[in-house]
Design a protein around this ligand. Structure first.
Ligand code: UPG
Ligand code: 3PG
Length: 321
């Protein structure tokens, strides 16, 4: 790790008040879009949008738009988000000429076609312990340091306990066991990043538009590594946001996420696995353990800046001839 990266590029959300950030934003003439990717988050997305809008649109207008990317939800996610005041886009309906993939990265990539902010900030929709400084806190380094292009949030990751209640630490299992060790071994300049997989991050649009984007959970790791490779570690900053709790995925799902992250990291080290990796799971029902074949997609979208305008749809005929 660069000797001084952590000291030079680590901030606390309390370093700036929202009012100070608004002043800086106006002086820099920048606009900010908040993007919330959501797949089946009916229980939480409405409350998240409502709180963000109240604090960061109505009270202190730091955000120019609040957009929810509805990622193939089968519940009332879109309705709840719209009722709370978000602009809602179904990912599959955005730029249909480019096809549709499932996954969180796809939602973030397509968000570039339906937002206009100079800065894009991201916030997960499954948060259960958080506050609106998760968004405003990310903006400080981007509004004060011209050399910073990507800001990651970090926090204590709480862990739900089996009998109820929450431990103050212990969440972020893939972060601790896969992402951070991978960075330490392959890109030690990034080993001071506390939460490389943080779903709360912000990036300048002109950089995001130049990066290829994994369609699944590899998006955060890829953006971090690629920002470092293109612009150097000093283009990355991190902000302490306090404490965070979210809805945990089961360990079996996290194994697939880990496999995807390793493949994405391999690709950036010159090891290519193709569009998917085989990742078996084990079925232990009936007292016997049997492997069930499974695959994890490692597809990436090309940089959005190189994607041309939407081709006109010709009713009843061929497209774009
Ligand atoms: O196909 C999907 C899957 C997830 N999400 C949303 O993305 C956010 C994070 O997804 P989640 O399944 O809760 O991921 P985590 O288990 O929390 O994974 C962590 O690690 C991932 C891999 O780096 C990051 O993408 C996440 O933001 C980070 O919270 C949530 O709002 C989801 O609704 C989608 O929009 N589409
Ligand atoms: O960031 C991670 O490692 C994954 O989101 C898993 O988090 P969890 O262990 O808190 O569920």
């Amino acid at each position: 790790m660069g000797d001084t990266w952590f000291e030079d590029r680590t901030y606390r959300h309390t370093d700036w008040t929202p009012g100070r950030l608004l002043d800086l934003k106006r002086r820099r003439g920048l606009t900010v879009s908040l993007v919330v990717p959501a797949r089946n988050e009916e229980a939480t997305v409405g409350g998240i949008v409502a709180r963000v809008r109240e604090a960061l649109v109505e009270r202190v207008p730091l955000l120019d738009e609040v957009v929810v990317m509805d990622s193939d939800s089968t519940d009332g996610t879109g309705r709840a988000a719209a009722a709370a005041g978000a602009a809602v886009h179904r990912v599959a309906d955005v730029r249909p000429d480019l096809g549709h993939r499932s996954g969180k990265g796809e939602a973030l990539w397509k968000a570039q076609f339906v937002t206009s902010g100079d800065v894009l900030a991201f916030l997960d929709a499954d948060l259960v312990e958080w506050d609106t400084h998760f968004v405003s806190g990310l903006l400080g380094p981007l509004l004060t340091e011209p050399g910073v292009h990507l800001v990651k949030g970090f926090y204590d990751r709480l862990l739900d306990l089996p009998g109820g209640g929450r431990a103050d630490h212990g969440g972020g299992r893939v972060t601790e066991l896969v992402a951070r060790p991978t960075l330490a071994l392959r890109w030690p300049a990034l080993s001071g990043v506390v939460q490389p997989l943080a779903g709360e991050w912000a990036i300048r649009r002109d950089l995001f538009g130049r990066l290829s984007v994994p369609t699944g959970y590899g998006v955060e790791l890829a953006v971090l590594i690629d920002t470092h490779l293109r612009c150097g570690a000093d283009a990355v900053a991190q902000v302490d946001l306090g404490r965070r709790a979210h809805r945990h995925q089961p360990l079996s799902a996290l194994g697939a996420m880990a496999a995807e992250l390793l493949a994405i990291a391999d690709r950036r080290s010159g090891i290519e696995h193709g569009d998917s990796v085989a990742f078996p799971r084990f079925d232990t029902s009936g007292g016997r353990t049997r492997p069930r074949t499974g695959t994890v997609s490692t597809v990436e979208r090309p940089p959005a800046a190189g994607v041309g305008p939407e081709r006109p749809r010709v009713l009843g005929g061929a497209v774009g001839r």
